[in-house]
Design a protein around this ligand. Structure first.
Ligand SMILES: NC(=O)c1ccc[n+]([C@@H]2O[C@H](COP(=O)([O-])OP(=O)(O)OC[C@H]3O[C@@H](n4cnc5c(N)ncnc54)[C@H](O)[C@@H]3O)[C@@H](O)[C@H]2O)c1
Length: 251
């Protein structure tokens, strides 16, 4: 299974301390990678211990991704502590739900900064290193709202639409120089981000009725796609978004 091996690879996972990012970080470590996690929280996540138990290195870097101006610091930390950077997973993301007619500017900026602007500058900082290295994998977390408009989440939809275009834009520039830029669009997943939807009986029923697989996604459902896009198995996959949604988009 060398095709899917991440042995001797170093991966940076933003927001890898919980939710989808945590499961992706663990999955990449199981496939052989050492892991750096970017998180806001001062509390060390159990994911560090779990990854260490697998015999892999795991460091955490405290950084608030609302600030895109100093992301070189994050990339330098990874290289200083783990020697290099092969895989960047831009997973961290935020949501704000409010009708468009009252949607506040500060929330628009917050969502766009974390979900789109900082993602671009992290790609840029990691990309500079990967271009010198002659190889790298960048995977950005997109969403069903990269393709659909959603409802009362205008900033989130705009930010994830931007991610879909960014994946193609970066891929066009970097594919011939050894960097694969791709994305994963999760469907409706059971994480903290969706607690309100899960607890809303009507919305929960409506969502489940449309998912052909008949259930919400679990964080571990994304691991296969994350390993594929991080590994040599995807070396000729460029500018693509893999939808992992239990069939939602086909409905
Ligand atoms: N859960 C879903 O159904 C779903 C669906 C589609 C896409 N996504 C995307 O997947 C990604 C992960 O989502 P999740 O459901 O695990 O969300 P989550 O809220 O459970 O976790 C988000 C992670 O991002 C981190 N984060 C947020 N803002 C940050 C900041 N300013 N600085 C540093 N870290 C920050 C959080 O600490 C957390 O670790 C997001 O990009 C999200 O948009 C999620």
């Amino acid at each position: 299974m060398e095709l899917f091996s991440l042995k001797n690879q170093v991966a940076l996972v933003t927001g890898g301390n919980r939710g989808l990012g945590k499961e992706i970080a663990l999955g990449l470590a199981k496939a052989g990678a050492d892991i750096a996690i970017v998180q806001r929280s001062e509390i060390e996540s159990e994911v560090v211990r779990e990854i260490n138990k697998l015999g892999r290195r795991c460091i955490t870097i405290r950084y608030d991704l609302t600030d895109s101006s100093n992301v070189e610091y994050v990339i330098n930390q990874v290289i200083n502590e783990l020697g290099k950077l092969d895989i960047l997973i831009n997973n961290a993301g935020v949501q704000h739900r409010e009708p468009s007619e009252t949607f506040p500017e500060d929330q628009w900026d917050f969502v766009m900064n974390v979900n789109a602007k900082t993602v671009f500058y992290l790609c840029q900082a990691a990309g500079k290193h990967m271009l010198k290295q002659g190889k790298g994998k960048i995977i950005n977390l997109a969403s069903l709202l990269s393709f659909q408009g959603g409802y009362t989440v205008p900033a989130y939809a705009a930010s994830k639409g931007a991610i879909a275009q960014l994946i193609k834009a970066l891929s066009n520039e970097w594919a011939s120089r050894g960097i694969n830029v791709n994305g994963i669009a999760p469907g409706y997943m059971q994480t903290d981000m969706n607690v309100n939807l899960i607890n809303d009986e009507t919305r929960n029923r409506q969502i489940l009725e449309r998912i052909p697989a008949g259930r919400w996604g679990k964080p571990e459902d994304l691991v296969g796609a994350a390993i594929f896009l991080s590994s040599p198995a995807s070396n000729y996959v460029n500018g693509e978004i893999i939808t992992v949604d239990g069939g939602w988009m086909g409905r």
